[in-house]
Design a binder for this molecule. Structure first.
Ligand code: DC
Length: 222
C-alpha cells in the first residue's frame, strides 16, 4: 500500500486537526498514533507501572485491547475517549513512549493500519520510523507559546480545566523528552515538507498540505 501521508510534529502544532481533515477529504484511513501511546500511558498508570519497568510495559503494549469506533476509543471495552485527552495522559504517554520495547511492540499494529485506499498517519515518528517510504511526509511546527495557547483552547472546549502557565511548562517538558529520547526522537524525517503554522489559520495550513498532496499523488483528484 503506497498511498500514505505522514504528518509529524510536536504537541499543539495542529497536526491532529490537519491530519483528520486530510483523511476526511481524501476518504482515507486515519491513524492517531498518539492515542495509542496515551492509551498505554493510561493503562500503565492504572496498573501502577513505572516507565522503568520495560518488560511489563512491552507485555502490556502487546496485549492492549484497543478499539477505535468513529471518534471514540475503547480500552478493554471501556470508553476512554475523554480520559486519554487530559494533559496527565499526554505526559504518561510521553514517558512510556520513550521505552524502546514499547515502540517495537506497537510498530506492527501501526503498520497494519496502511490499507486501501490510503492512510494519513499522525504522530512523532510516522515518517522517520513507521512509514519511511511514504510518498509525502509533512513536519508541522509552531512557536511553543502558540502551541500552548491552541492546546489551552482545545482542552477548554472539551470541558477540561487547565491553567495556561502550567500548560506552557508541560508542553516544554514533553517536547524536551520527545526530542531527546534515544529511540525515534521527534525530528523532521528526511525529505519532509516542513511547515511552520505560527500565525497561520487551519485553512491556510491545509491549503499548503493539499498542494503537496497533489504533487505527491498526481493521479489523485482533490
Ligand atoms: O500526539 P499526542 O500529544 O497525542 O502524543 C502523546 C505522546 O505520545 C507524545 O508526547 C509522545 C508520544 N508519541 C510518540 O512518541 N510517537 C508517536 N508516533 C505519537 C505519540
Amino acid at each position: 500500500m503506497k498511498q500514505i501521508v505522514t504528518i509529524d510534529g510536536p504537541s499543539g502544532s495542529g497536526k491532529g486537526t490537519i491530519a483528520q481533515l486530510l483523511a476526511r477529504n481524501l476518504g482515507w484511513h486515519f491513524l492517531d498514533s498518539g492515542a495509542l501511546y496515551r492509551l498505554l500511558g493510561l493503562a500503565a498508570e492504572r496498573r501502577g507501572l513505572a516507565s522503568t519497568q520495560t518488560a511489563p510495559l512491552a507485555a502490556l503494549a502487546r496485549s492492549l485491547r484497543v478499539e477505535f469506533v468513529g471518534e471514540r476509543v475503547f480500552l478493554d471495552g471501556e470508553d476512554v475517549s475523554g480520559a486519554i485527552r487530559t494533559e496527565q495522559a499526554g505526559n504518561a504517554a510521553s514517558k512510556v513512549a520513550a521505552v524502546a520495547e514499547v515502540r517495537a511492540a506497537l510498530l506492527e499494529w501501526q503498520r497494519a493500519c496502511a490499507r486501501d485506499p490510503g492512510l494519513v498517519a499522525d504522530g512523532r515518528d510516522m515518517g522517520s520510523v513507521v512509514f519511511p517510504d511514504a510518498p509525502l511526509k509533512v513536519f508541522l511546527t509552531a512557536e511553543p507559546e502558540e502551541r500552548a495557547r491552541r492546546r489551552y483552547k482545545q482542552l477548554k472546549e472539551k470541558g477540561i480545566d487547565v491553567n495556561l502557565a502550567d500548560l506552557v511548562e508541560e508542553i516544554r517538558e514533553r517536547d524536551e523528552r520527545d526530542r531527546n529520547r534515544p529511540v525515534a526522537p521527534l525530528k523532521p524525517p528526511d525529505g519532509a515538507l516542513e511547515l511552520d503554522s505560527t500565525g497561520l489559520s487551519v485553512d491556510e495550513v491545509f491549503d499548503r498540505v493539499l498542494k503537496a498532496v497533489r504533487q505527491a499523488f498526481p493521479g489523485l483528484v482533490v
